[in-house]
Design a protein around this ligand. Structure first.
Ligand code: SF4
Ligand code: SF4
Length: 441
């Protein structure tokens, strides 16, 4: 199938974006040239079981997507990073590998799926702080993204479906494929409903996911899962603690033990990012080296400092999130360089089994088998921004009848963005500033 330009155009037309959560428009990535094309199949967030199952079931599509990605970017090597415990995926992919592709088995540690860490583990290359993987000759896509690429190029199929895990305190944990725009609340029914009174929900994984305040919120192209938990669970208590309380705790009890810095994965591989000094600066009204504060912009929000390192329950991650928002609104940039890596890094990444125990989620670490049937909702709310960049611009009107797969919102002229397609056949009920609302007919 065609040349690099054709692949890029078909991927753009289909609205493919990074399915790992960040949502970077894939056609823009494919416009670059790279030496190594890396498939991030780490799926290191405990409880989520999406990519490991898709890689097995759709091994042909994944290899095809990797081949197309390599063709578009001129990459000479394709590397699929997986974990040994994803044995069925490794077994399905191994006989299909082409001559210039290999599988790299990652250790079962967190955050092996942070792309900076994945690149280091799978290729030995270190991405400098505030730089892109491309700066070290690597392009990264996750499993579901490349399956979408294969379908876009070979079948002209737009991205209208999302596979995600529904787990936690539910009757029957399951991994389902649903039309984008399906309400999260409907997914819970597919898992048999919650098993506890007053559950609270996390959208995404237990480490990096965010609280889901409203079950009518729709699934997007980047949704990885939904986890039901008791409201007293530590993961919920941390997320519901007000920022002011966090600051007070940091001021009162930070003992400057440095554990958050010594165990920060970004710091370990040679980024400046020193969370203990950021906490100290904030505790003294932001007095400190400006570069230290600005380095918060390079925080991946992996939550190792919060959930694993800090002995007194401070969350440097949340302080970094607040700083990042402030710096971004000011247009500030971080410019520090790459330092030597900590030789202890391989020994300090967090074993997943111990993380599960520390997070107190062992009881929820159950299988979530991939459901064969595709769910058909009565309604879908298609967010205009499911990606990095400008929101898509509606090209349909309220009252219009649309087919599944029809383009409903396009990339604004000259902007970074991604197209949005109808995920169900139906009527456009309403269009507001955030979404196009469809109902099935
Ligand atoms: S969340 Fe914490 S551990 Fe993770 S990169 Fe940021 S500062 Fe480092
Ligand atoms: S680990 Fe906690 S107590 Fe230690 S320096 Fe970091 S924030 Fe302070």
């Amino acid at each position: 199938m065609g040349d690099a330009r054709t692949i890029q155009e078909k991927v753009r037309a289909a609205g493919v974006v990074g399915a790992g959560g960040a949502g970077f428009p894939t056609h823009v990535k494919f416009a670059s040239k790279a030496e190594i094309f890396l498939v991030n199949g780490a799926e290191c967030e405990p409880l989520l079981k999406v990519d490991q199952q898709l890689a097995e079931k759709y091994a042909d599509l994944l290899i095809r997507g990797l081949h197309l990605g390599m063709q578009a970017t001129g990459a000479r090597e394709g590397v699929i990073a997986l974990k040994a415990k994803y044995g069925p995926a490794v077994a399905a992919l191994t006989p299909r590998l082409q001559g210039n592709m290999r599988i790299h088995i990652l250790r079962d540690v967190y955050p092996a799926g942070d792309e900076v860490i994945t690149i280091w583990m799978a290729t030995g290359r270190r991405v400098p702080p505030a730089a892109l993987p491309l700066d070290v000759g690597v392009i990264v896509n996750n499993v579901q993204t490349l399956i979408n690429v294969a379908r876009a190029v070979d079948e002209d199929m737009p991205v209208t479906l999302r596979t995600l895990t529904v787990t936690g305190a539910v009757r029957r944990p399951v991994t389902v494929t649903v039309p984008i725009g399906t309400a999260f609340g409907e997914l819970l029914e597919l898992a048999g409903g919650a098993t506890i009174p007053d559950p609270v929900y996390i959208a995404g994984g237990p480490m990096m996911g965010s609280l889901l305040g409203d079950l009518s919120e729709p699934v997007t192209k980047g949704s990885g899962g939904i986890i039901a938990l008791p409201k007293t669970h530590i993961l919920i208590r941390r997320r519901t603690q007000p920022q002011q309380v966090q600051l007070r705790i940091a001021r009162a009890v930070c003992e400057q033990c440095r554990l958050c810095t010594e165990l920060c994965p970004r710091h370990m591989i040679g980024h400046e990012l020193p969370p203990h000094l950021i906490v100290r600066s904030i505790n003294y009204n932001n007095i400190g080296n400006p570069s230290v504060l600005l380095s918060a912009l390079t925080c991946s929000e992996c939550a190792v400092c919060e959930a694993w390192a800090c002995p007194v329950d401070i969350s440097p991650k949340r302080l970094n999130q607040a700083l990042k928002a402030e710096f971004r609104s000011q247009g500030a940039r971080y410019t520090g360089s790459l330092r030597d890596a900590d030789p202890m890094t391989p020994h300090r990444l967090v074993p997943i089994s111990r993380l599960i125990s520390r997070l107190n989620i062992g009881a929820y670490n159950r299988k979530a088998p991939l459901e064969e049937n595709e769910y058909r909702p009565q309604r879908a709310a298609l967010k205009l921004r499911q990606h990095i960049g400008a929101p898509a611009v509606p090209v349909v009107q309220a009252g219009e009848i649309v087919e599944s797969g029809q383009l409903v919102a396009d990339i604004p002229e000259g902007a970074l963005g991604a197209r949005v397609h109808a995920s169900i056949a139906g009527r456009v009920e309403a269009i507001d500033a955030n979404a196009i609302h469809l109902s099935a007919i």
